[in-house]
Design a protein around this ligand. Structure first.
Ligand code: 7TS
Length: 418
């Protein structure tokens, strides 16, 4: 079975056309003959053939349950599943592969931490700090934790440009702060938060830090040891992998101190009616038959990313961001929401008073896929007093031509929006 590393020549620079050819969805048209321009990558990315083939191979040739069998297929499936964990650990530079907990995605990873922290005797006086730009997945689990324990949710405000008010964050940190949960990159604004500095300051106050990495692993190299975060959650489907699989990284000593999340098969050491003991990491947090195909598919997505020169990819994406920002700004009545100095390739905008949904629907008819609405960041939209935005989010396989198609379509529909 060839891996993507074999089939993709290592790009020491970045050949976007060669990479596009690896993605079947990018070759299709929609609404008849309109070639698809896919600009909804913050919601989910497309999948390269290597990932699709790897998932197919698992089901077609190796399908078996893991950890439970002496038979050949079960060994193959277990090796693939555990080998994927090692590959993913290396990808984010975790110190140990047992610090990689498979989840359904970022949402489940954050819920795992919020739930188990609540079960581990969190002080009712404790503060949990999040920010105004968080995705609902990094808000609601903490609200639920606060309801259960009496802890207080503190929210770092965002300024008009879409940057965190760092002064307010510093003032919020205290010896009551139990945990800071912060998005690495905002899915609505594109803001790249200064997480390294935030982690350092939180640790100085004695707090743990969870980074919501849903929007970062596809754009930048993540090194959890260098960041020194205590937890890092991400989703496979946003980084060219399958849906329904994600990862929660946690530092070994901290994961060891937390109680299990869900009970069931695979997470136990011994079960009896007199009492049950739990398995060690990572199995303690992985109850039930896991998403084996998802895990091997995610490892293949990691192989795909690692086959690229990520510095060249970053340069390509930053060129797309600069080019799209300049072109969009030239459109009459168009306002960009989120102009932080450090941004990933996500652009939210509004045209006059037009509802984002109407813009998105017209763009769709021209083959351009953008997302409209509040992007699961309702408090952030309230902060700006807007119902939502139109969001174009670029991945490494997008091109200046995609930007031109978007801009051209917006220019054509603008007279209809008056
Ligand atoms: N955190 C951030 C920053 C996200 O962007 C998302 C998904 C999540 C958490 C949740 O990830 P999941 O894989 O568990 O669903 N963001 C989006 C989006 O922007 N549009 O659709 C999903």
């Amino acid at each position: 079975m060839p891996t993507s590393t074999d089939t993709v020549a290592r790009h020491t620079s970045f050949d976007v056309e060669a990479v596009r050819a690896l993605f079947p969805t990018l070759q299709r048209s929609v609404h008849g003959d309109k070639p698809l321009v896919y600009l909804d990558n913050a919601a989910t990315s497309q999948k390269p053939t290597a990932v699709i083939d790897r998932v197919r191979k698992y089901y077609a040739e190796d399908n078996s349950n893991v950890h439970r069998g002496v038979h050949r297929l079960s060994q193959i499936a277990t090796d693939a599943y555990e080998g994927a964990r090692e590959r993913i650990a290396a990808f984010i530079n975790a110190a140990h592969s047992h610090e990689i907990i498979y989840t359904r995605g970022t949402t489940e990873g954050i819920n795992l931490v919020a739930f188990t922290l609540g079960q581990s005797g969190l002080d009712g006086d404790a503060d949990i700090i999040i920010s105004e730009m968080e995705h609902h997945s990094n808000i609601v689990p903490w609200q639920m934790l606060c309801e259960r324990t009496g802890a207080n949710l503190r929210v770092i405000p965002v300024d008009d440009r879409g940057e965190l008010r760092y002064d307010a964050y510093r003032e919020m940190l205290s010896d009551r702060t139990a945990l800071v949960a912060i998005g690495h990159i905002s899915n609505s604004l594109g803001t790249i938060n200064p997480v390294r500095e935030m982690i350092r300051d939180a640790h100085a106050a004695g707090a743990l830090v969870l980074i919501d990495g849903a929007q970062s692993t596809q754009h930048m190299r993540v090194d959890v040891q260098e960041l020194d975060c205590d937890f890092f959650a991400f989703s496979g489907h946003k980084m060219f992998g399958p849906t329904g699989i994600g990862v929660l990284y946690g530092k070994e000593s901290i994961l060891n101190d937390l109680p299990p999340f869900q009970g069931g098969g695979d997470m136990i050491d011994h079960v009896s009616f007199d009492g049950t003991t739990y398995d060690s990491l990572p199995h303690k947090f992985e109850a039930g038959t896991p998403h084996i195909a998802g895990a091997v598919g995610l490892a293949e997505a990691v192989a795909f990313i690692e086959s690229l020169d990520m510095e060249a990819v970053a340069a390509h994406e930053s060129d797309l961001l600069a080019y799209a920002t300049e072109q969009l700004r030239a459109i009459d009545g168009l306002r960009i929401v989120g102009e932080a100095s450090e941004k990933a390739s996500v652009i939210s905008f509004l045209i006059g008073e037009t509802h984002p949904y109407d813009v998105g629907t017209l763009l769709d008819q021209m083959g351009i896929a953008v997302r409209t609405g509040h992007h699961c960041t309702e408090p952030l939209m309230d902060r700006y007093g807007i119902p939502g935005t139109v969001r174009a989010s670029f991945a490494l396989y997008n091109t200046r031509e995609d930007v031109d198609r978007l801009v051209d379509a917006l220019q054509r529909i603008q007279p209809m929006l008056a």
